[in-house]
Design a protein around this ligand. Structure first.
Ligand code: PLP
Ligand code: COI
Length: 340
């Protein structure tokens, strides 16, 4: 094994072409044999369902070099399960969960030279997805699909590492109350591109979306859930049918209750309540736990009491507990770590 010669501490969050990817095709009503291939390019029909009506779902998870040198993934079974739910929501044939896990193992093993070394803060991001291959022109699901899983080494999602980020409330909505917001489908991200670029142009790191029905409750950002901390040590996080059920957040909730002795409350949270919280963070596979310093909504500015320059103590402890489990420094609950 010869590690690639990358500047691991500074790779950023971007695509690097790695050696192998896994593909399996769905034809005649069933998923065929999978295989590892070298070609990163795909040739498809000009009217493929994915190109016309965005029939695609995806996942995101990471492989890490643990402290003992082994390579591990974090709760990949939950990504496999969520991808089934996303697929069902878009009339895509679900990829069997066991096969998803085998594909993860195979891709990580075949690209182990690309798994960033322990201690660099980087990881190998895995991107499984399913897309409609065959032509459609009427609004119908396609007949054939491809499951593909590639990998790319990544560093922190937000530039500046652990520095608190700033959010702005988007004037657009991410998801309708009975729409697709709870599914991990590319279409949810296409609609956020315009408002994300605008947020960046205005000097913010990310958008915060409000509920589309009333625009008074907070939902999530374009690529992560939000957690809030009170000064009497409660973790409060939005309950909504139109946000993505984050695996990172589900893990944080468990850690908060069982390791940090926090009370966890999932409920609707009004934007106007935000000033009552002392700490806030975005959480997700890419975001890990990124502390939020400030949220701006037009003229209204909410600065969390821990401010823009340092990370609050509860967010810090949650971050350390989570990342040390992912890296095998402290033992994770049973079944959370899958060794390659
Ligand atoms: N919300 C959205 C919209 C996301 O894209 C993601 C990223 O996957 C998350 C939340 C966080 O989910 P997870 O923790 O499973 O990565
Ligand atoms: C992830 O965290 O895995 C996502 O899919 C979100 C995206 C911002 C990369």
């Amino acid at each position: 094994m010869t590690k690639k010669n990358l500047d691991w501490e500074n790779i950023g969050f971007q695509y690097h072409e790695t050696d192998k990817r896994y593909i399996a095709n769905y034809e005649d009503g069933s998923w065929g044999e999978g295989q590892l291939i070298s070609d990163p390019n795909i040739v498809i029909n000009e009217s493929a369902g994915v190109l016309q009506y965005c029939q695609q779902v995806f996942e995101g998870l990471k492989a890490y070099t643990a402290k003992d040198g082994s390579i591990v993934t974090f709760r990949p079974d939950l990504n496999a399960e969520r991808m089934v739910q996303s697929a069902e929501g878009l009339r895509i044939p679900p990829f069997p969960e066991e096969r998803f896990l085998e594909a993860v193992d195979q891709v990580v093993e075949a690209n182990q030279d690309w798994v960033p070394p322990y201690g660099t803060g980087a990881s190998l991001y895995l991107r499984p997805y399913i897309f409609a291959l065959t032509p459609v022109i009427g609004i119908n699901p396609a007949e054939e699909y491809q499951f593909r899983l590639y990998s790319t080494p990544v560093g922190p999602y937000f530039k500046g590492g652990a520095k608190p980020i700033t959010l702005t409330v988007s004037e657009y909505d991410r998801a309708a109350p009975r729409g697709t917001g709870h599914l991990k489908a590319g279409l949810n991200y296409a609609m956020s591109l315009n408002t994300t670029v605008k947020a960046h142009e205005d000097g913010f790191d990310e958008n915060l979306f409000l509920d589309a029905a009333t625009r008074s409750y907070i939902e999530e950002s374009g690529g992560a859930n939000i957690i809030l901390i009170t000064d009497d040590k409660k973790l409060v996080t939005p309950k909504s049918n139109s946000i993505l059920p984050s695996i990172t957040k589900r893990s944080i909730i468990y850690l908060a209750e069982n390791y940090l002795d926090l009370e966890v409350i999932e409920r609707r949270i009004e934007f106007d309540e935000l000033e009552n919280f002392t700490e806030a963070g975005l959480c997700g596979t890419a975001a890990v736990i990124s502390p939020i310093g400030k949220i701006v909504n037009g003229e209204q500015e909410i600065e969390f009491s821990n401010g823009m320059n340092k990370v609050g103590p509860v967010i810090k402890e949650l971050y350390e507990t989570l990342t040390q489990m992912q890296l095998g420094v402290i033992e994770a609950p049973e079944g959370w770590i899958r060794k390659i």
